[in-house]
Design a protein around this ligand. Structure first.
Ligand code: ADP
Ligand code: MG
Length: 339
């Protein structure tokens, strides 16, 4: 009898973890954008080529990293965002799992340039399949620029599984829009194959919504605000007449994190009952602010599903918030022009 169990080498463990974290170019973009936001950037630039299959680059002007941290950031479970179990219950950042860069570095060719404010020189690191190919001092702008090239170059099955450029691009734009919506105070640009798709100036949420979805929502947005001891709801809903047949422009954010939740979608549609045909889908961008100890965001690596400890109350507050702003809108239509 001999023992047959052994620990997997890091490169393989990372590649397996990458399977969960990085399913397609859009998931890599999401992670990079979230890191840029967590780094307190005020401007974030996205450059992609070939729907992200050839290049996904995110350039931020955030706090940057020291040389040691730049290297550490590619280790699995390496994070600056939490330290102990208690921190898990009070998460205010997007990240905390410390898995994204390790995963991306395992399945792509990554070049990172980063410089902290005040540091004379920055660091360049080149990673390929979890291996450090280069690490040097370099002069570069303050902040961090990460280029992810040839995603899944070493995972042919995944690479072949990628959809056509328009489909992958749609997913990328979706992730971009979610982050851009939740941080209107950050400026964003998005360039695909040298074409500027978005240039979003920092400003108010209502401007960001128009910047992302176009002027067709001009004059169509009704603000929504409800504060309770348990949670606050704020944001905008579209007037019933701006509703569309297709679902899509419906966004919930919990503590600024985009989430999917059919139960809460239902709370909104329910509030619209009687105001539009039942097969129509209202527009909404709603932000729920709730004590982090009342939610669990660690349900899935992509963190788009979360658990509330009291889902029924959340439902009731959302429904009442939407109902109230619809009521206000019906009674005093002139109010709508104040946004
Ligand atoms: P997480 O975000 O869960 O901490 P990541 O693998 O995404 O894990 O990143 C690891 C660490 O690298 C982060 O905790 C952060 O300290 C650092 N980091 C990553 N991206 C940036 C960035 N754009 N600017 C500054 N620091 C960054
Ligand atoms: Mg992260």
């Amino acid at each position: 009898m001999s023992d047959i169990i052994h620990l997997l080498p890091d490169a393989i463990a990372n590649q397996i973890a990458a399977g969960e974290v990085v399913q397609r170019p859009a998931s890599a973009l999401k992670e990079l954008l979230e890191n840029a936001v967590d780094a307190k950037s005020t401007h974030i630039q996205v450059i992609v080529k070939d729907a992200g299959k050839t290049l996904i680059q995110v350039i931020d002007n955030g706090k940057g990293m020291s040389m040691t941290d730049a290297r550490m950031s590619f280790e699995r479970h390496a994070t600056s965002k939490i330290r102990n179990t208690e921190d898990l219950f009070s998460i205010r950042t997007f990240g905390f799992r410390g898995e994204a860069l390790a995963s991306i570095g395992a399945v792509a060719q990554v070049e990172m340039k980063t410089r902290q404010s005040g540091a004379e020189l920055g660091t360049i690191i080149v990673m390929e399949g979890s291996e450090v190919k280069k690490q040097e001092l370099v002069s570069c702008p303050e902040g961090t620029s990460i280029s992810v090239r040839n995603l899944f170059f070493n995972v042919p099955a995944r690479r072949n599984f990628l959809k056509s450029n328009p489909v992958e691009m749609r997913h990328m734009v979706e992730e971009f829009q979610r982050v851009a919506l939740s941080y209107p105070e950050i400026g964003f640009t998005f360039i695909q194959n040298d074409l500027e798709l978005f240039r979003l100036l920092p400003g108010k949420l209502s401007h960001r919504i128009l910047g992302i979805f176009g002027k067709s929502y001009q004059g169509q947005l009704v603000s929504c605000l409800e504060e309770t001891p348990h949670l606050n709801v704020r944001g905008y809903i579209g007037k019933p007449e701006s509703a569309k047949k297709t679902r899509g422009e419906q966004y919930f954010f919990v503590n600024n994190r985009f989430i999917k939740n059919n139960y809460l979608n239902h709370a909104v549609s329910n509030a619209f009952e009687g105001l539009m045909a039942s097969d129509m889908q209202p527009f909404y961008v709603l932000f729920l602010e709730i004590d982090p100890s009342h939610i669990d965001i660690n349900v899935h690596p992509t963190k788009t599903e979360i658990k509330f400890d009291d889902e029924r109350t959340v439902y009731a507050v959302v429904r009442s918030a939407v109902k109230q702003s619809l009521g206000a809108h019906n009674v005093v239509p002139a109010l709508d022009f104040s946004f």
